[in-house]
Design a protein around this ligand. Structure first.
Ligand code: HEM
Length: 434
């Protein structure tokens, strides 16, 4: 970044200041160099200082944002790394879904931070199977299980855990390299630390969740050994946070959001009506993103309680809009997290409300000139939303087959990804101070 201190706007030609960005210092990606004088800047051929892409007026200082070929390359490398990490989290969530749906998650009864020992000989496999036999899932549900069947569920859980560790390496090693070579944008170092800590927390949360399924608390005749739905929701919530965190930052590096071509120095030209519409639209997309996340978390409660195996009809639940046992548990609040009927009902309502909001946004966006790739992001969100709801209904009415339920779970990341992309495109829309 070239910072031109105390440079008054009059000194700049009109062409230089027409594309004023509604931005903050965070937007400036390049290494801060010594301030140079205006004459120095003007003598410098435009090709060697890079392309001037915007001006920032901030506390009496004008700063010119330019990106050189070197910085473009750096941004591409860092952005691609973050995109790969978000893709790997996507795969981890999909793998986790299949692990849960194939009832493989409780096959490994120990956990080690750096990886469990893989049985290689027949003796080691038998020893591992014997350990599994001490726990409720085998005692209550799998008494007939053979060693071969055990190996299958063990491999599934092992793949999920090792994939999580691979994410840690693919994230951690380049993060150190980029950090020490000054390749991270200002403000990015803190995010890198937060995302790294979340990966660690996710590993611990995974084991904390599995432990809840190994406890000796399934005593009732109808009790099915399964992990706590609260911990499952926390595990999924953390995964979705990591996924959106990686994706949002990757987009910032790879396809920077477009700045509005507004002339700050001639405020009368600004179309306030259009801008206010865009500001309202931006608020809506943040609400939608929150609602998608909430719907996904409520989906984790449906999955955790096997609530998709009751009331397998839509839109009615046993011929009623509101089923009789919706508030059967006491105290009343327990119903929202422990009563399968209420949990499924809430998930339906949240899913349909999310889709309604997305449809409303798509309709509103027609009259607004969304900046950058905003329209494409909106269309993707609309398609992903409809796809997800149709898939959810199909999963329910066909009694939760593994392939549909796993696709429905991954579909939630497509919806969330599209919402994140739209948020990114609208990043620089701000209300203009009067
Ligand atoms: C935007 C809308 C929706 C989103 C984002 C969403 C998200 C999710 C997620 C993330 C899960 C799985 C959680 C996990 O496995 O840990 C899930 C489960 C489920 N969802 Fe949805 N859902 C939506 C709409 C719907 C609708 C409208 C229905 C049906 C009426 C539905 C039915 C189900 C069922 C039956 C399950 C349980 C599947 C299982 O046991 O694995 N979903 N949902």
């Amino acid at each position: 970044m070239l910072s031109v201190a105390r440079l008054c706007s009059k000194n700049l030609t009109r062409q230089l200041i027409t594309n004023v960005s509604l931005t903050t210092q965070r937007n400036f990606c390049n290494v801060v160099k010594k301030p140079i004088s205006l004459t120095g800047l003007l003598k410098c051929p435009i090709t060697s200082i890079g392309q001037i892409s915007g001006c920032l007026r901030k506390s009496g200082t004008l700063a010119l944002n330019y990106s050189s070929a070197v910085n473009k390359k750096t941004n591409k490398i860092v952005g691609s790394w973050l995109l790969v990490c978000s893709g790997m989290v996507f795969v981890a969530v999909a793998l986790g879904g299949v692990t849960r749906l194939t009832e493989s998650g409780l096959s490994m009864v120990t956990w080690r931070l750096l990886g469990e020992k893989m049985p290689v000989s027949d003796g080691q496999w038998i020893e591992e199977f014997e350990k599994y036999k001490q726990y409720p899932e085998y005692k209550i549900m799998n008494k007939e299980m053979t060693l071969e069947e055990f190996k299958r569920i063990w491999w599934m859980e092992y793949a999920h855990r090792m994939w999580g560790r691979l994410i840690g390496i693919v994230y951690g090693v380049p993060a150190l390299y980029f950090w020490y070579n000054g390749m991270l944008k200002k403000g990015m170092k803190m995010r890198v630390l937060i995302l790294g800590s979340l990966i660690g927390a996710q590993g611990l949360m995974g084991w904390y969740m599995v432990k809840s399924g190994l406890e000796d608390r399934f005593q009732g005749p109808n009790d099915v050994p399964r992990v706590s739905q609260y911990r499952l929701a926390a595990h999924l919530g953390l995964a979705l946070t990591l996924y959106t965190g990686f994706l949002y930052n990757a987009l910032g590096y790879l396809i920077p959001s477009k700045q509005l071509p507004l002339d700050w120095f001639n405020k009368e030209n600004i179309n306030h009506e259009l801008l206010n519409g865009l500001v309202r639209f931006k608020r809506m997309i943040y609400c939608t993103k929150g609602l998608v996340l909430l719907t996904a978390l409520s989906g984790a409660f449906v999955a955790g309680l096997d609530a998709g195996l009751i009331y397998n009809s839509f839109p009615l639940m046993a011929d009623k809009f509101i089923p009789d046992d919706i508030l059967a548990f006491s105290p009343m609040l327990r119903n929202f997290t422990e009563n399968p009927t209420t949990v499924q009902f809430d998930h339906r309502i949240l899913g349909i409300s999310t889709l309604t909001l997305i449809t409303l946004m798509a309709w509103k966006s027609r009259g607004l000139a969304l900046p950058g790739r905003g329209s494409r992001a909106m269309a993707t969100l609309l398609c992903a939303g409809y796809f997800q709801v149709v898939l959810g209904i199909t999963t329910l009415i066909s009694y939760v087959p593994v392939h549909l339920a796993a696709t429905h779970q991954s579909g939630s990341m497509l919806v969330l990804g599209a919402a994140t992309w739209l948020c990114h495109e609208l990043k620089y829309i701000r209300k203009i101070p009067k």
